[in-house]
Each structure stands twice: as structure tokens, then as C-alpha cells.
Design a protein around this ligand. Sequence first.
Ligand SMILES: O=C(O)c1ccc(O)c(O)c1
Length: 261
Amino acid sequence: MTPLPLPDGLTQQEMDAELAKAEEAARAPAAPTAPYHPPIAYPPYRSTHHRTPHAPLVAVRDPEAVELTGPVFGGTDVTALDHDLTRQHAGEPIGERITVTGRVLDRRGRPVRGQLVELWQANSAGRYAHRLDQHLAPLDPNFTGFGRCLTDDDGTYSFTTVRPGAYPWRNHINAWRPAHLHFSFFGTAFTQRLVTQMYFPGDPLLPHDPVLHSVTDEAARARLVAAYDHGLSVPEWSLGYRWDVVLDGPSATLTEEDHAR
Ligand SMILES: O=C(O)c1ccc(O)c(O)c1
């Protein structure tokens, strides 16, 4: 396959300077957004410009009664193997096996039970099984990269998968996304859906990533990084990561929809 031409634009060093400047601006007292919400358009994360409304928003009655009372995903939508991305094909996927678990909580710390959690990710070489991903990394015939489960009575979700690789993404010169898992969490109604990304602790790419840094509040950013938990590691099998998610309130786990608000 012929590699795509390299994008021009900022070098990573120039991007780092831009990230530092944007963070400084977000700290200024006149910052227009609440401290835990990222700005809807964050210039270092180029594509947010195109996703930001450029016309006044139209007021809607939200949520509509039908959205609160309509059907939600449930037990019949999820099979027993959906949460284990290492067992969805005849063979074994390549990569470091990980167990990722945590609790889905509301703003008061109460468990959000029986709700659908979805996960999608690149394979261990940093490539998505998707036609739009033309990165010159190998596809893995034994890894699709999609999983789902329901939270239990304690609000706990759990996945077994492989650690995704970093990949280039053309936001600027030599731009690499840190390893991350995409997650979607439904709340207690169909209208409440949080889409976000989980990162791995100690990843050297974290300080350089404009997507993570579009969350300009340091504490909110830290909530997107899982904790390594040795107690969750399974002997001879997988390394354990714990990541709790809060659906709303001042300690909320930040959502990508904030870019599209
Ligand atoms: O918003 C984007 O353009 C974009 C690009 C690369 C990613 O890995 C991602 O999660 C989002």
C-alpha cells in the first residue's frame, strides 16, 4: 500500500507550545466555560472547528417525554461473549491482554444499573478494522475491536480485550494518538449517552495529545486516565485497569458531545 502524503502544519514541538498557550488561556479568570467543560471548539484539536455550531442554537424541549419513557437497550441486546473482545473469532488476537473494569455512577455516586456500555478500539498495532483507516499497520483477522456489556447491580462493567496501539492521525506533523479505548455509556434514559475515551496511565503521548488536552481542566483530564490495578490482573493472562465513570455533575467524566453542544 502506498503511504498517504504527510500532512503539513505544526511540528509536535509547536503543537506542545500551542497546547500550553491554550491551557493558560483556559485558566484565565475570563474563561467563558465552566471549569470542568472543555471549550466546544479547541483550536489545537483541528476537527473541532468543523463540528462546532456556527449558527445560534435552536431551543428544543429536552428531553421529550417519549425519550424518557421510550425503549432502552437491555439484556436481550447483549450476548455473554460480547464483553470479551479476545474471544469473538476462531483464533486469538495479537497483543497484550487487558481487563478493564469500573463502575458507572450518577452525580450522587449511586450505581447506574443494567445500562448498556459499548467499547470500540484499534488493534494492538494501532489500526481500526474500518475501511476509513488506511494507516500502514497490520489488521488482525482475529480482532474486530467492538464490545458491549450491561452494568450489574453495583453499576460495574467489565471487558477483556487487548491493549490498543498508538496511531498517527494527521492533526499536525508527526501527530500520534495515545493508546485509548472509546466508550459509550447510557444513563437511565435513551437520551443520556456519554461518549468518551479512556487512556492508559504513564503513556508518554498523553502530554502531547490535543484531544485529551481539549479538556483544559487538569482534574477532569485525570478522570479520563484509568488506574493500573494489580488486583485486577489475571495471572498468566491479562493486566488490570480500573476506570470509574460519573455520568453528570461537577465530577462528571467528560463527554465528546461537549464539542458538539
Ligand atoms: O476527532 C477526530 O478527528 C479524531 C481523530 C482521531 C482519533 O483517534 C479520534 O478519536 C478523533
